[in-house]
Design a protein around this ligand. Structure first.
Ligand SMILES: Nc1nc2c(ncn2[C@@H]2O[C@H](COP(=O)(O)OP(=O)(O)OP(=O)(O)O)[C@@H](O)[C@H]2O)c(=O)[nH]1
Length: 335
């Protein structure tokens, strides 16, 4: 049985793309590669931030609170020689409610049919039960044990070690050793999406793991999400930032309609924000509607950019009792 050689792509230590002429020639010789990458990892590991850094524009919500990514949002990275479709996954966690179960179903759906798996592990924390659970889940979907008891993977498994700006060099080395002992990864790439350290290398490692194939989406397409869904995610993320530790799980957002502008006016985006109890409404709205005002202001540029025109957000806070356990409401809310 042949031992796998794990490659580690570390910052500032990568072979020559310094000579631009040579790099261009190399690109011209390469076959076009394209495919889907599942981005998996425990809550708060930095999935959204890395996706945004790879795509180059905010798509998924990045927030300091765990489990804010609710949908399998796709980011599309297009290069002269490759296209990567990134499938973001909600934090994999044990389902406690129907909502939790639906979220796990989303993860299952986004994991099937991918060409490679990017398993994000936090550089600044020890490997924990959450990471182990994800690994065993990935094994059951993508690997089998051979007769020597070794796991054989059907898809390339790439470890991306996040938040390395929080580590000094020695701790990074120990972390890489710890991670290479954790599972039989094809590659291990450390990255800081925050300081953009090694992001290009992550992209290259993922591209190299893709099969030869055609470009699947137009160059200027960054996501498959509809503007309605993107704006709903933006609004939800903005409220979660605004509200600190309150209500992260009882908040759902839908964009009900987008009205085109009339006579030089702005487009109108009608948004419903659902909470579970009457008592939560004033928390969302804030004293003298201060939260609504701040969220509108904060999102102005992002919403205009998403729609490609000037728009006003019209925010309505509504109560939908027990929406997390009600199948009809969950469907309405897009779960
Ligand atoms: N220092 C540092 N912090 C980071 C980095 N990447 C992400 N973070 C922070 O980690 C937190 C979580 O980042 P997200 O990108 O929202 O994490 P996520 O994995 O998408 O989270 P979920 O939505 O819970 O699945 C945020 O506060 C980020 O600013 C990084 O490279 N360095």
């Amino acid at each position: 049985m042949k031992e796998k050689n794990i490659e580690v792509t570390v910052p500032g230590n990568n072979p020559g793309t310094s000579n631009i002429g040579e790099a261009d020639e190399a690109v011209a010789d390469q076959p076009y590669r394209s495919g889907f990458v599942a981005v998996v990892g425990r809550p708060n590991v930095g999935k959204s931030t890395l996706m945004n850094a790879l795509v180059g524009r905010p798509i998924a919500i990045a927030s300091s609170r765990p489990e804010t990514t609710r949908k399998a949002i796709r980011g599309i990275v297009t290069d002269p020689h490759a296209q990567l479709v990134l499938v973001d996954t909600p934090g994999i966690h044990r389902p406690r409610t129907l909502l939790g179960q639906r979220l796990n179903d989303v993860v299952d759906a986004s994991l099937s049919d991918v060409d490679a798996i990017a398993f994000l592990l936090p550089g600044d924390q020890v490997i924990g039960p959450g990471d182990k659970r994800i690994l065993s889940r990935l094994r059951s979907d993508f690997a089998r044990k051979d007769k020597d008891g070794k796991w054989q993977w059907r898809k390339p498994l790439i470890a991306v070690v996040t938040k390395i700006d929080r580590l000094d060099r020695d701790s990074l080395v120990s972390k890489l050793i710890e991670i290479s002992a954790f599972a039989d990864f094809d590659q291990i790439v450390p990255v800081s999406a925050l300081t953009e350290d090694n992001v290009q290398e992550v992209k290259q490692v993922l591209i190299d793991a893709m099969p030869v194939g055609p470009q699947m989406y137009p160059e200027d397409q960054l996501t498959e999400e509809r503007p309605e869904d993107l704006i709903a995610e933006l609004v939800r993320g903005a409220f979660l930032e605004e509200l600190d530790d309150e209500l992260p799980h009882s908040l759902a957002v839908t964009v009900d309609s987008i009205e085109p502008p009339e006579d030089g006016q702005k487009a109108q985006v009608h948004v419903s924000i659902y909470v579970e109890r009457d008592s939560q409404k004033p928390i969302i709205i804030g004293h003298r509607a201060e939260h609504l005002v701040r969220v509108k202001k904060k999102l102005r540029t992002a919403v205009n950019r998403t729609l490609g025109q000037k728009a006003t957000l019209d925010l309505h806070v509504k109560v939908a009792k027990n929406w997390q356990g009600d199948p009809k409401l969950l469907q309405k809310l897009g779960f």
